[in-house]
Design a protein around this ligand. Structure first.
Ligand code: ADP
Ligand code: MG
Length: 711
């Protein structure tokens, strides 16, 4: 079969998919929402009242878990799971490789040769999966390789279904024998505690009674969908998640006709099934739409507490992949599956509540506004002081194609607060009581504070860290990344900053407090306003300006990860109990190693594709040009000789270039590997230009126009 056959076969198979007419929809019944979650309802149904109350106090109010209830909870959970067809349970956790991990055990026990289904308190609370192949960055030496998972009661257990049964999944933290964290959840929980402590300390300065601190996250998830037939014929997508080659199609996203366009029926049917699956898992999927690039889409949930939202986003990614497969589609979560069109991010919308008070919402009264501005300044200070580690939190081979390239957002971390709020900040800095253009009185003295605008709207989509009314939107995280990392770093640096502010304010009250606060915020703005930027973040002029301001710009992962070795950062994370120095170092090692491995795989896959698929195709093209040329000469023709010679010449040059570049790439793969990406890019230039010359029927890889437009 010639290569073109499978490509046109794939196109034909998509063409045969008929788009069924809309069905008469059944009345909506949402009673299945959360049906696969061991939530309040299930607890009340399956647990004695007193035990349910205790467990709910832990889940909802952060009360320490009473270990005495574990056996009852395990018993109830088992019955609930068996009622839903689950035969197995697993401790579900978030290892450092950014995915989720599970090792299943059945409930099966033998009693006098009789099968019984058993699940003890101990089974629930702790497990020792071998799991020694997960990266630990030196925290687990082989002679002491034990790793433990420990139940996280604050994220509810859930049921995962497959075509032939179901599994009870228990969210857990994963740590070493010596208690060092080996996962992404533990540091997140520690950082929640750190931020919670700092917020409480600060609120005490404002004379507020003790309340619960709730950190919220809403993670907007971008992704691509392509037909599975094409995917399976792209070894690069299969093995690296992105296309290493592919000439851009004449039309891609220039007309901006995809974003918010009407959603194709096949995709809508996929999205609907995704939502149904997510709703069963209690994941509040809310928004769906087409994104900027062709074949790119977005899903956004209603925000939840950050620990739950992180777990839920991991499940969102899994459900997207699984449901796509059922629809003969493939969901690509890589940050840059296609060159030349938008990549995919995961906007992390983050906010903090203190009891009923939304700390990031401009308030109704002067006191609330003072708190809002204090927290805002605290965040500005945190991001300016620690943008290096915030940048590191989103580092990765895939995300480099967004952050380091001419795409949104850049690797330079800056903050956008919006025009109106910026005006408030400027007045604050000047310490004037003047009348602002839009704002009225600007003095920060608590009793003279103005009502802030409620819709300090976000009109800048290029900023990596934007204030959007009642939350900050961190747009740098990549589409495939686990939100736990960036959220944990953000929590910690803000905790540190709020702590500093609280330390300054403690001991002051009344008018002195107001004066002190005004001066303090003024100083913070003066010192840290360089991190505020309201212009277009994509431009070269911003890069220049940012350099002038001294803002870091780590364009590549390895450079960005250095922040994990910065002694100030090590000290900061240790001080807040989020990471020990050793744990920090282990992250640096794990993430660096993961990056190097991924790049190496890309190099190897690229080399293999060019040598085994592209060079043979170009050789065939070259050879037929030569055959035609010789035939023309033999026939004594003059026409065509020049054209055929030129064509053969170009193809020949292409062949020479590919062979030479492959040799260099191979050498680099066997060497220190530092230039793999550069060499791969150069190889790509040659391959992509040949793609536009070689007969379409001969080209061995599905083309961009097919993958992006035929689905
Ligand atoms: P946009 O595309 O304009 O950024 P979306 O509606 O797609 O807006 O997404 C906004 C996200 O922000 C949603 O996931 C939403 O739940 C979340 N969000 C809204 N308020 C908060 C909040 N207080 N804390 C955290 N996330 C929030
Ligand atoms: Mg957004």
């Amino acid at each position: 079969m010639s290569k073109s056959d499978f490509r046109s076969g794939a196109v034909d198979s998509v063409a045969k998919l008929h788009s069924p007419p809309g069905v008469a929809a059944a009345p909506v019944d949402m009673s299945y929402f959360s049906e696969d979650v061991f939530n309040d309802c299930a607890m009340r149904k399956y647990l004695p009242e007193a035990v349910a109350a205790k467990l709910l106090a832990t889940v909802n109010d952060g009360v320490a878990l009473d270990p005495a209830i574990a056996a009852d909870v395990a018993h109830a959970m088992k019955h609930w799971a068996l009622d839903r067809g689950a035969t197995h349970f697993t401790h579900w956790f978030l290892p450092l490789n950014g995915s989720t991990a599970e090792k299943h055990d059945s409930f099966l026990e033998l009693e006098n040769n009789q099968a019984i289904m058993s699940f003890s308190g101990k089974n629930l609370i702790m497990s020792e999966p071998d799991a020694s192949s997960f990266p630990s960055g030196g925290l687990r030496s082989t002679f002491e390789a034990r790793g433990y998972t420990a139940w996280d009661p604050t994220s509810p257990a859930f049921i995962k279904r497959h075509s032939n049964g179901a599994t009870l999944c228990i969210p857990t933290a994963f740590c070493s024998y010596t208690g060092e964290t080996l996962d992404k959840k533990t540091p997140l929980l520690r950082s929640n505690q750190a931020l919670s402590k700092a917020v409480k300390r600060l609120m005490k300065c404002f004379n507020l009674p003790d309340e619960q601190v709730v950190i919220t996250l809403g993670a907007e998830q971008e992704y691509f969908l392509i037909d599975k037939h094409f995917y399976l014929h792209r070894p690069d997508l299969l093995q690296t998640g992105r296309t290493l080659f592919g000439a851009p199609p004449a039309k891609h996203q220039q007309l901006e006709d995809h974003y918010f366009g009407s959603i194709k029926s096949r995709v809508l049917s996929f999205m609907t099934e995704v939502e149904t699956e997510l709703w069963k898992l209690g994941i509040p999927a809310k928004t769906r739409h087409n994104e900027g690039a062709p074949a790119q889409f977005e899903l956004a949930p209603i925000f939840e507490n950050v620990n739950l939202a992180v777990d839920h986003n991991m499940l969102v990614m899994e459900v997207l992949r699984q449901v796509a497969d059922r629809h003969s589609l493939v969901c690509l979560l890589h940050e840059k599956p296609f060159a030349g069109v938008n990549g995919s991010g995961k906007h992390n919308n983050w906010s903090v509540n203190y009891g009923d008070l939304k700390l990031l919402k401009p308030g109704n009264n002067p006191e609330q506004n003072a708190i809002f501005l204090t927290v805002l300044c605290g965040i500005i200070q945190a991001v300016d002081l620690h943008s290096d580690i915030l940048r590191a939190s989103v580092a990765g081979a895939g995300n480099d194609h967004r952050l380091g390239a001419n795409e949104a957002p850049p690797a330079i971390i800056s903050i956008y607060v919006g025009e109106q709020l910026n005006e408030v900040i400027e007045q604050l800095e000047k310490g004037t009581t003047g009348v602002g253009r839009k704002m009225g009185k600007m003095q920060i003295g608590v009793d003279t504070l103005p009502l802030l605008p409620r819709d300090a709207a976000d009109r800048n989509r290029t900023s990596p860290f934007a204030f959007t009314g009642n939350k900050f939107e961190f747009r740098a995280p990549g589409s495939s990344q686990c939100c736990a990392g960036p959220m944990m770093i953000l929590n910690t640096i803000v905790a540190d900053s709020l702590d500093k502010i609280a330390a300054e304010l403690e001991g002051f009250s009344g008018k002195d407090f107001n004066k002190k606060l005004q001066k303090l915020l003024q100083n913070i703005i003066k010192t840290h306003k360089r991190v505020l930027f309201h212009g277009d973040n994509y431009t070269a002029s911003w890069r220049k300006e940012a350099a002038r301001r001294g803002l870091p710009n780590a364009e590549s992962t390895l450079e960005a990860l250095e922040a994990f070795s910065n002694p100030e950062n090590i000290e900061l994370f240790a001080r807040h109990g989020v990471f020990t120095a050793k744990e920090m170092e282990s992250r640096h090692e794990v993430f660096g190693e993961e990056y190097r491995r991924k790049i190496c795989i890309e190099g190897q896959v690229g080399l293999e594709i060019v040598r085994s698929m592209i060079i043979p195709a170009v050789t065939a093209e070259y050879s037929s040009a030569l055959t035609a040329l010789n035939a023309a000469k033999t026939a004594g023709l003059t026409a065509g000789i020049e054209g055929l010679s030129k064509t053969a010449q170009l193809l020949g040059e292409g062949l020479d270039a590919m062979v030479a570049k492959c040799a260099l790439l191979e050498q680099e793969l066997n060497g220190d590997g530092r230039d793999i990406l550069a060499l791969l890019n150069s190889l790509r230039d040659t391959v992509d230009s040949l793609e536009l010359m070689v007969a379409d029927s001969r080209w061995p890889l599905p083309k961009y126009r097919e993958m992006l437009f035929v689905y």
